[in-house]
Unconditional design. Structure first.
Length: 155
């Protein structure tokens, strides 16, 4: 069995899941801001949190594991500049993603309470939503640059 092929396939699949699910979740959640119905916003937040735990979290774990495996199998220098760049960008994306997950959980809770109490969404919801949106950009851009570094290995 060609273990390099297995590791590379798992790495690419988990990267696709990470990026694709992240983009899909972001789109789904972002679109919910147009919903007039609190139930729809709660639905979006609830399923965004679920998708992050079912898809994004496993991909976040698999990525560095398969990356280390590929470095080992491929005989790459772990301190190569293109790899160091990926490590830094992955850390930046993670530093943005962790608070985003916490914010998503809070948005879900706030929207759920709003539904339960038949109350309008409080200003806190909208404030957290803006922070969620802003934190998504550096993570999204980081992942795109990581893809480029993985393909081009320019440094």
């Amino acid at each position: 069995m060609d273990w390099y092929f297995v590791a590379k396939t798992l790495h690419i699949l988990s990267a696709a899941i990470l990026f694709g699910t992240g983009a899909g979740i972001a789109f789904f959640m972002w679109q919910s801001r147009h919903a007039d119905n609190r139930h729809e916003r709660h639905f979006a937040a609830r399923h965004t949190v679920l998708a992050d735990f079912l898809f994004t979290l496993p991909a976040v774990i698999v990525q560095p594991l398969t990356g280390i495996w590929l470095i080992h199998l491929g005989g790459h220098d772990p301190a190569a500049p293109w790899l160091v760049g990926t490590y830094a960008l992955y850390a930046l994306a993670g530093a943005c993603w962790l608070p985003v997950v916490g914010i998503q959980i809070r948005l879900k809770t706030i929207a759920g309470e709003s539904v339960l109490h038949r109350a309008p969404l409080p200003d806190r919801y909208h404030h957290l939503f803006r922070i969620w949106f802003l934190l998504g950009w550096p993570a999204f851009i980081s992942v795109i640059v990581i893809f480029w570094l993985m393909v081009a290995k320019p440094l």
